[in-house]
Design a protein around this ligand. Structure first.
Ligand code: NAG
Length: 335
C-alpha cells in the first residue's frame, strides 16, 4: 500500500514536471521606472580581470556617470570573469573582479547579467547561484530572462549555445553545457519562449541583450548563427535595439533592412585589438578601446552615450520612438 502510494506520487510528480516543461516561460523580473516614467542605465561587457587592463578605471568612470544620470540598474553583456569563468561559488574572483571593483555608490543597484563564452569555460551554474547573491546582492545572473521596466522590456538572451564552433571545435576548451545540451532543442525552445514573450510585450521600448555580436566590424565580426536564428525573431517582433559585448570595443551599427540598431559595449577591460572588418550594415561609430555605454529611456526618445576610460563622451545617438503614439478617437474626429 505504502509502496503503491509512493509510486503513484512519483507518477504524479513526473506528470507535473512534464506539464511544467511544456509551459516553461522565461523568468521575469519587475524593475520600476522612475516616478517621471523614465529609466537610466549603464551597459558594460567583457570586464572581470581583477581590476587589470583598465577595468578599475572604467569602473570609476561608471561610478561617476552613474551618479550623474541617477541610474536605475546596470546591464552586463557577459564575459563576467576571465579567462575561464568562476571555478565555483567560492571562487574569490567574484569579489576580486566584481564586488571590490564596482564600489561606487551609484553602482550599488541591481546588475542584470548574461553569460559570455568565457563564463561557460568555468562552472557556468555557479553564476546563477543564490550563494553569490548572499555575498553581493547586486549580482542577478540568469541564462535567459526578462526584465519588465515599465517603459521598456529587456530580453536577456543566452547566446553562447548558438555558436556552433564551440560545440564542434572546442579547441581544448571545456564548455559547461549542463542544462543546455542538446543544442538544437535548447535553441528551439529558447526562440519559441522569446517569440511568445516579445509578442506579449506592450512596453514602449523592446530591447534585446546578448553576449555575442549580431553585427560587428571588430575581431569577431558578425555572428552567423544569430543573424540566421535570432535576428528574424527580433525583427518580426519590432525589437528596437540589440545590445551585446564579445568584441572588446564600442560600436553602433544600423541595420540596412530594418529599424533595428546594434550596440556593442564590450570595453570593460582588455581592449585595443587593432582589428577592423566592414560588414553589410551601416557603421555609425566604432572605438577600439575601453569604455562603457549609458542609455536613457523616455516615452518618445532613447539616448545612447559611449564613454572612454577617462569618462570622456565619445559618441551620442538619439532615437525617436518608432512605435505609434496612442491617440484617442476624438483626435481624428476633430481633424
Ligand atoms: C588604459 O587606457 C589608456 C587610455 O586609453 C591607454 O593608453 C592604455 O593603453 C590602457 N591600458 C591598457 C592595458 O589597455
Amino acid at each position: 500500500m505504502a509502496k503503491g502510494g509512493a509510486a503513484m506520487a512519483l507518477a504524479l510528480l513526473a506528470a507535473a514536471a512534464a506539464l511544467l516543461c511544456a509551459v516553461a516561460a522565461l523568468p521575469r523580473l519587475e524593475h520600476p521606472a522612475k516616478t517621471d516614467g523614465s529609466l537610466s542605465l549603464l551597459v558594460v561587457g567583457d570586464w572581470g580581470r581583477k581590476g587589470m587592463y583598465n577595468q578599475s578605471r572604467v569602473a570609476e568612470q561608471m561610478g561617476r556617470v552613474g551618479e550623474e544620470l541617477d541610474i536605475d540598474f546596470v546591464v552586463s553583456t557577459g564575459d563576467n570573469f576571465y579567462e575561464t569563468g568562476l571555478t565555483g561559488v567560492d571562487d574569490h574572483a567574484f569579489e576580486q573582479s566584481f564586488t571590490d571593483i564596482y564600489t561606487a555608490k551609484s553602482l550599488q543597484k541591481p546588475w542584470y547579467l548574461v553569460l559570455g563564452n568565457h563564463d561557460y569555460k568555468g562552472n557556468a551554474l555557479a553564476q546563477f547561484s543564490p550563494v553569490l547573491r548572499k555575498i553581493d546582492s547586486r549580482f542577478i545572473c540568469m541564462r535567459s530572462f526578462i526584465v519588465n521596466a515599465e517603459i521598456a522590456d529587456f530580453f536577456f538572451i543566452d547566446t553562447t549555445p548558438f555558436q556552433l564552433k564551440y560545440w564542434t571545435h572546442p579547441k581544448g576548451n571545456h564548455y559547461d553545457w549542463r542544462g543546455v545540451a542538446p543544442r538544437e532543442k535548447y535553441i528551439t525552445n529558447l526562440l519559441k519562449d522569446l517569440d511568445e514573450a516579445m509578442k506579449k510585450s506592450t512596453a514602449k521600448w523592446k530591447i534585446a541583450v546578448g553576449h555575442h555580436t549580431m553585427r560587428s566590424v571588430s575581431h569577431h565580426g558578425d555572428t552567423k548563427e544569430l543573424l540566421q536564428l535570432l535576428l528574424p525573431i527580433l525583427k518580426i517582433n519590432g525589437v528596437d535595439f540589440y545590445i551585446n559585448g564579445h568584441d572588446h570595443c564600442l560600436e553602433h551599427i544600423s541595420s540596412r533592412d530594418s529599424p533595428i540598431q546594434y550596440f556593442t559595449s564590450g570595453g570593460g577591460s582588455r581592449a585595443w585589438r587593432g582589428f577592423f572588418q566592414p560588414n553589410e550594415d551601416s557603421l555609425k561609430f566604432f572605438y577600439d578601446g575601453q569604455g562603457f555605454m549609458s542609455l536613457q529611456l523616455h516615452q518618445d526618445q532613447a539616448d545612447f552615450i559611449f564613454y572612454d576610460v577617462d569618462g570622456n563622451i565619445l559618441y551620442r545617438y538619439s532615437q525617436w520612438s518608432l512605435r505609434k503614439a496612442y491617440l484617442p478617437a476624438s483626435y481624428f474626429a476633430e481633424e
